[in-house]
Ligand binder design. Structure first.
Ligand code: BGC
Length: 771
């Protein structure tokens, strides 16, 4: 079981966790340095160099910098060489052979007139060769320092291939688990996503963008893409400006504050103006209000898609819309290269527009140090899948797993008490599937599967009986189920490895039904009837509706797609070497019809409560008109989720008490400290993510019933009690009001501290105007 071992303490301290034991506070959260600050001298010299280079450039060379070309399979340096020599390409995407990258850089630097090096872009979304948990899983760790570290490792591995630009982090808020890209996101909450977005930017870019192992980050997709209608990828989005600012833009603002080098536009139509033509977002918000000094890249061919959207009649008009809106570089498309020159010649655009775009691209190249060091020597970087990379992948997987239920404390399994365990299901031994979506470069040969890890952990002490039972997660065949039941009957406990294969989530992989696919629910029912303790370990790219199986299993570990080291993390959790500590970054609905469902909803004028809800089966047949409570709920689903945002169980017994505020009243500009006692009543040491929620009772616009405003991951020894504190400044309570002005209002607030968004431990305080 869990002990406070010295090496664990060291490891946790290095991961930025608050650690308490019988000896008190042993280590504390360290925050990595904030945004990448350029010393002013360096800034001036970059600006001088940009201006000097720009003066030398022809129009064609400028447009070249604004054009990115695809270099994936089938393209050799020869295919791109001509364009590079002519100065017609500013960036390439999808070239991952370091020799090819170096050769492309050589042509750009040595054979083009001005020798401008290339931005080499790639989707390094959650790891390169060593795959970390999917971003949604990383979000479940609620651990910015760990997430930053995972991104740092991904950056260093990618840099060995000459990649200097990743199209991550993806920080679209998603409240719709049907959307396949929720897997790539940081979940539903603007605060959590903002903290983790900034962490990922710091991880990819490091403190010094020109350092070996740092690569430029790209916050995407600007903005509101996560609200695609009915979760269907690329579908229309309609986000009112107030919600856009208070919810969807906040992680982008945080990424910009953290110094992100680039942003990518959204594919979708946003209230009639697609992201790639959205001047309001790209100029007014991003540049004028936030002062973003990096550059904006379109999404894949999304400039030309403006025509398909029906916004423009041809590529020339599309190029016009995108450049005037503020898109600096076109990803894989030729609308800019074919038409910007003519638009300028015909006086439709001003050359200043082009100069501004090119300057911001050159600025990024100077800051990356590409002019000084265009070539990559992989031996200067840590080896792929280094010990550090694998340890971080394991730690991230460990902290990402959420224990949704654990009836009768069936978990952890006690090696001493079991003689045999059945391991059944399509995802127990699926090295590729556990990596999840967006793993262009991920290496399934590095994957350690749960089956393999369980064998290694229990050795010969326990008889492990494995049956895949289904060819894949979608299979509808039940042919192997009799054998599965047989194995279950003959074992002391059953571990069911269920979920979605990686192809069922990700871009353009949305689902309308988000329950366990194929015959998995049937497998669960058959195994339940074998009468043994049943633990479901679910790997998936999204929250699933688990209503039809939740009562048929004793425990559920929700492991997302946990990446390369998912197996050892899961095995350690199952057998109690470690305690689960992940918390949900997105709400789990009971039924798909509840979507969008999220904890920080508005109250409505008719909020539901337990006394107002009459469910469909309880309607009084004799007085049907009085049967329902006239409040905001579904007759067949009620109004609560199956598992709430922030939920996640532990092997420890954590209890919260004594929530306090340092003052009942504070003036505008002051800070209130909110604290709570956290006790570990159990006999194992474990980590808990302590969460702080706030409600602003009366607002200039209606405010959510709860908003996350702080969280801390705390490691607590058995029998210990600690006081966890959060400082809340009145600026932390700011929101965009009716006139889209950021404001904090005087008035009454509720605060809660606890282990999920459903915590009931509440205090109040008031903000008064200072004058
Ligand atoms: C995706 C982007 C990605 C790009 C390049 C697009 O289809 O929407 O997120 O970065 O492809 O692969």
């Amino acid at each position: 079981m869990l002990h406070l071992k010295r090496d664990i303490l060291r490891r946790l301290a290095s991961k930025g966790i608050l650690i308490f034991s019988a000896f008190g506070l042993l280590a504390s959260t360290h925050t990595m340095s904030a945004s990448i600050q350029q010393p002013s001298g360096e800034h001036e010299s970059v600006e001088r160099r940009v201006a000097a280079l720009l003066r030398k450039m022809t129009l064609a060379e400028k447009v070249g910098q604004m054009s990115q070309r695809n270099g994936s399979d089938g393209y050799a340096p020869d295919d791109l060489g001509e364009g590079l020599r002519a100065g017609g390409i500013g960036s390439v995407i999808n070239v991952v052979d370091v020799d090819v990258v170096n050769e492309l850089q050589r042509i750009a630097v040595e054979e083009s007139r001005l020798g401008i090096p290339l931005m080499v872009g790639r989707d390094v979304i959650h790891g390169f060769k060593t795959v970390m948990p999917i971003p949604l899983g990383q979000a479940a760790t609620w651990n910015p320092a760990l997430v930053a570290n995972a991104s740092r490792i991904a950056a260093a591995e990618a840099a060995t291939a000459g990649i200097n630009w990743t199209f991550a982090p993806m920080i679209d808020i998603s409240r719709d688990a049907r959307w396949g890209r929720i897997a790539e996101s940081l979940g539903e909450d603007p605060y959590l996503a903002s903290e983790l977005a900034a962490a990922m930017v710091r991880g990819f870019q490091g403190d010094d963008l020109s350092a070996i192992g740092s690569i430029a980050a790209c916050a995407k997709h600007f903005a509101g893409y996560g609200t695609s209608e009915s979760g269907r990828d690329y579908a229309t989005t309609n986000v009112p400006q107030n919600e856009m600012r208070n919810v969807h833009l906040r992680p982008f603002n945080a990424a910009v504050d953290a110094g992100v080098t680039t942003l990518m536009t959204s594919f979708s139509d946003i209230d009639g103006v697609p992201g790639t033509a959205n001047e309001f977002l790209l100029r007014q918000v991003l540049r004028d209000e936030w002062g973003f000094g990096g550059f904006v890249v379109s999404d894949w061919d999304s400039v030309r898609q403006l025509q398909i959207h029906g916004l423009t009649a041809n590529d020339r008009e599309s190029a016009y819309e995108a450049i005037t809106a503020g898109v600096d570089m076109e990803m894989h498309g030729d609308a800019y290269s074919n038409h910007l020159g003519a638009l300028l010649a015909d006086g439709q655009i001003d050359e200043q527009l082009i100069d501004d775009a090119v300057s911001s691209i050159l600025r990024a190249k100077f800051r990356l140090g590409l002019f000084e060091k265009p070539y990559t020597d992989p031996t200067e970087l840590p080896p792929i899948a280094s010990r550090d990379a694998l340890d971080t992948a394991r730690e991230a997987a460990l902290q990402s797993v959420v224990m949704l239920k654990n009836d009768h404390r069936v978990l952890p399994l006690s090696a001493g008490k079991l003689t045999s365990v059945a391991v059944i299901g399509p995802l127990a031994d699926a090295p590729y599937e556990q990596l999840g979506t967006w793993i262009f470069d991920g290496d399934p040969d590095l994957s350690v599967t749960p089956l393999h890890a369980i064998h290694s952990l229990v050795g010969h002490d326990i008889d492990v009986r494995y049956l895949r039972a289904m060819a894949n997660s979608r299979s509808s065949s039940t042919d192997a189920f009799d054998e599965a039941v047989e194995i279950a009957r003959g074992s002391d406990a059953v571990l069911l490895f269920l979920g979605e294969e990686s192809i069922l989530s990700g871009e353009a992989h949305s689902r309308a039904d988000i329950s366990l696919p194929g015959a998995q629910a049937e497998l669960v029912r058959r195994i339940r009837d074998a009468g043994k303790p049943v633990v479901a370990v679910i790997q998936a790219g999204r929250p699933l509706t688990l209503t039809n199986i939740v009562d048929d299993v004793d425990a559920i570990l929700f492991a997302w797609h946990p990446g390369t080291m998912g197996g050892p993390a899961i095995a350690d959790l199952l057998f109690g070497v470690e305690s689960p500590s992940g918390k949900l970054p997105a709400t789990f609905p009971r039924m798909v019809g509840q979507i969008p469902i999220y904890y920080n909803q508005k109250n409505t004028g008719k909020p539901p409560s337990p006394d107002t809800v009459v469910l469909i089966d309880d309607i009084d047949a004799h007085a049907p008109q009085l049967s329902t409570g006239m409040t905001a709920y579904h007759l067949d689903a009620g109004y609560t989720p199956l598992f709430a945002f922030g939920h996640g169980l532990s092997y420890a017994d954590f209890s919260y008490s004594d929530v306090r505020v340092s003052a009942d009243e504070i003036a505008m500009g002051e800070t209130v400290t909110v604290s709570a006692e956290l006790t570990n009543d159990g006999d194992v040491a474990a980590e808990e993510v302590v969460q702080l929620y706030v409600r602003d009772l009366v607002g200039n616009v209606t405010r959510p019933v709860r908003e996350l405003k702080g969280f801390k991951r705390v490691f607590l020894g058995p029998g210990m009690t600690v006081t966890v504190e959060f400082d809340l400044h009145t600026d932390d309570l700011a929101f965009y009001g009716r006139n889209m002005q950021l404001m904090t209002e005087a008035g009454d607030f509720h605060v809660w501290v606890g282990g999920s968004s459903e915590t009931e431990l509440r205090r109040e305080f008031r903000i008064v105007d200072s004058d």
